[in-house]
Design a protein around this ligand. Structure first.
Ligand code: FAD
Length: 637
């Protein structure tokens, strides 16, 4: 964690100094705002946390509930989300309080006595070592708490405005704040009172029954069939031996249970399958009582029994496989010719079963994808057309998720005798582990994702996928670190320059590139960094040498990698890395060419491009596809 460079920080360094709109932020909702977020679920809260880093923007979040979510809803946190929490600075704390999911056991009917279940396969949760981060189980309410803390501690001091319900909106064509939004008080003494506010952009993170989606006329497409589970978070007495291990339990005649141990060591959650909801059910399934759910669980688990002692939360969770036709307000035929003003994220645009544990995770990634783009546009660093990439990128991901989830759900719904082999379900789980862990997302080439001509220079960083961290040695303080864990959710792009290793006396490609990057008026730093801002405020440029610690002298490192930052122009010592002698060599581990290369990483941690160290125009041209030259703007103003 880096701080003190703007002057001594005596308190918690996570509480950043208030700036801009964060100073004397009005408690009342203002008339006009840059971004209005609707809904404080995982999508909305991540977005608020990201935008809290931009104090030049007025960001407000309205939430219908009177206060924080206290209990219930999702609890599965995939490793990609923990990686994201790392960028928001709270991974360590949430890992400490969560349940660590390391294994999943599969139970099925005993072939000798099908009315009894027996343990079949035991599987490791991450058999291929996809991530160094853990797979966690922790309640959604705690995830929201951490994002809320981050948002409140950001320089813009963003806090949810509870007790406001979104009623409707109109997108105008005139003025700086073209979206008029009608809100109604949903809590407090003035409940029922309506207000109209205006925003530049509105993001509907208002869940599966999204009114924002309705207001922009988007269609929620997919099967009407809903699937229902009785969900209960309970303390219980049981003789079931795997009660502290995640299990898929299939009975012969009574359906299945997805069993999930919860944080804290005692509580656990059971999803008891209530099956497909017939058309015309009209919510009857939601009347399933807790007693009925417990009785069904006991039937499925036979010969084991479950005696419930306390129920923390229970619900009937009913959901279908649906994706919205587009995730913004621009009609399909006008895409590319009109810029969006309203977006939808999370369950508002995709819903799926709880079995693959994806809802909260994918929703957070929607927010992460959109947040930095909104900031770049609103700060005048990118054209508004950048915002069209949100729907283009995330809709494909949502569709992939629905397809995966449909396959997984139908596998789990099958009777054991319908499988070719008794281990088929467990094998599917292991083979597809990268998907539910959140690492299969790969964005297609666009203005934000380069083409793959130079992919071979860094085969282990697939373009379009998230930057997979590796061990490195930080030179300044001789600290062994994970390179990617220093990627903060601060809206900056990262450029990792992997050094070449020229023979003594030979020119170094890294040195020449670094000189150009620091001094050329055509470099991305000179072209896209706003006047007066720190040299690393848009591009956080880091170097990784092929030598180990003793082979690199900090004073010899080119200046672009040890910039002077903050009002006191002090050197940043944390951008220079080497191979960690006690760990696998990062060059070998990630397939980095020994001639060196550049790995460009987006603010949301996805690899945007791989280029050789000789790339000059190509690098600037790549950024010019989505950014505005700041000198031109300064000259024009
Ligand atoms: P949400 O978390 O749904 O958040 C939407 C927010 O918007 C809510 O806080 C809501 O109060 C607010 N809101 C809605 N309408 C308005 C409005 N008009 N004006 C202002 N605010 C509004 N997933 C699982 O994996 N397992 C589960 O057991 C499970 N149970 C669930 C139970 C319930 C009751 C719900 C609603 C969801 C459940 N989910 C579950 C789904 C999971 O919680 C979601 O996938 C995830 O929360 C999606 O995040 P989100 O930010 O898109 O939306």
């Amino acid at each position: 964690m880096q701080f003190h460079h703007h002057g001594y920080v005596s308190g918690d360094p996570r509480v950043l100094r208030a700036a801009g709109t964060g100073i004397d932020r009005p408690a009342e909702l203002p008339e006009e705002m840059d971004v209005l977020i609707v809904g404080s679920g995982p999508a909305g809260m991540l977005l608020a946390a990201q935008l809290s880093m931009f104090p030049s923007l007025t960001t407000r979040l309205v939430e219908r509930r009177a206060g924080r979510l206290e209990i219930g809803q999702a609890d599965g946190i995939q490793a990609r989300s923990v990686e994201t929490f790392q960028a928001f600075g709270f991974a360590e704390r949430i890992v400490a309080e969560a349940y660590w999911l390391t294994a999943m056991n599969f139970w099925a009917p005993d072939p000798q006595n099908p009315s009894h279940i027996v343990r079949g396969q035991r599987t490791k949760d991450d058999p291929h070592g996809i991530s160094e981060f853990k797979h966690l189980i922790v309640n959604q309410a705690r995830v929201l708490d951490y994002f809320a803390e981050y948002a409140a501690n950001g320089p813009a001091r963003v806090r949810p405005d509870f007790g406001w319900e979104f009623v409707g909106l109109e997108v105008g064509t005139e003025g700086e704040y073209p979206v008029s939004v009608t809100l109604r008080r949903s809590a407090g003494d003035d409940e029922g009172t309506e207000r109209i506010v205006r925003a530049k952009y509105v993001v509907g993170c208002d869940g599966a029954r999204s009114r924002v989606r309705e207001a922009i006329g988007r269609k929620h497409i997919g099967a009407h069939a809903q699937h229902a589970w009785g969900v209960m978070d309970i303390l219980a007495e049981t003789d079931f031996p795997d009660i502290r291990t995640k299990c898929a339990i299939q009975s012969h005649e009574h359906g299945s249970i997805l069993h999930i141990p919860r944080e804290g060591g005692y509580l656990f959650r059971m999803y008891v399958d209530l099956g497909e909801v017939p058309e015309g059910d009209n919510g009857a399934v939601r009347q399933t009582s807790l007693e009925q759910i417990v009785a069904q669980a006991n039937r499925i688990m036979n010969p084991y029994t479950l005696e419930v002692r306390d129920v923390a939360w229970h619900s009937v969770y009913e959901v279908g496989h649906r994706v919205t036709d587009k995730f913004d307000d621009v009609p399909v035929e006008l895409t590319g010719r009109q810029d969006p003003r309203v977006f939808i994220a999370g369950d508002a645009c995709h819903t799926h079963s709880a079995k693959a544990g994806q809802g909260m995770n994918v929703s957070m990634q929607d927010g992460f994808n959109l947040g930095w783009k909104l900031a770049q546009v609103l700060e005048g660093r990118s054209p508004a057309s950048l915002l069209s990439t949100y729907s283009a990128e995330r809709q494909v991901i949502a569709q992939n998720l629905i397809d995966f989830d449909r396959e997984w759900s139908s596998m789990m719904a099958r009777k054991p005798e319908e499988f070719d082999s008794p281990d088929a379900l467990a094998q599917f789980y292991v083979d597809t582990a990268e998907f539910p862990a959140g690492f299969m997302t790969q964005y297609a080439p666009s203005i934000l994702i380069g083409t793959d001509e130079h992919q071979a220079l860094a085969a282990g960083f697939p373009i379009g996928k998230r930057f997979k961290s590796a061990h490195a040695m930080r030179i300044g303080d001789a600290n062994p670190v994970h390179l990617g864990h220093h990627h903060r959710a601060d809206g900056r792009w990262r450029i990792y320059a992997f050094a070449d290793a020229p023979a003594a006396g030979q020119p170094s490609a890294l040195g020449e590139w670094a000189e150009w990057m620091a001094t050329s008026p055509d470099s991305p730093v000179a072209t896209f960094t706003p006047a007066g801002a720190d040299v690393d405020s848009v591009f956080d440029v880091k170097v990784v040498y092929q030598q180990t610690l003793d082979g690199v002298e900090f004073g010899d490192v080119p200046e672009i990698f040890r910039p002077r930052v903050g009002p006191f122009a002090v050197i940043d010592y944390e951008k220079v890395y080497a191979v960690d002698a006690d760990q696998p060599d990062i060059f070998d581990e990630r397939g980095i060419d020994r001639g060196g290369c550049l790995v460009v990483v987006r603010p949301d941690q996805y690899v945007a491009h791989i280029l050789p160290l000789t790339a000059r125009d190509e690098l600037t041209r790549f950024f010019a596809g989505s950014m505005l030259a700041q000198q031109d703007l300064a000259a024009a103003s």
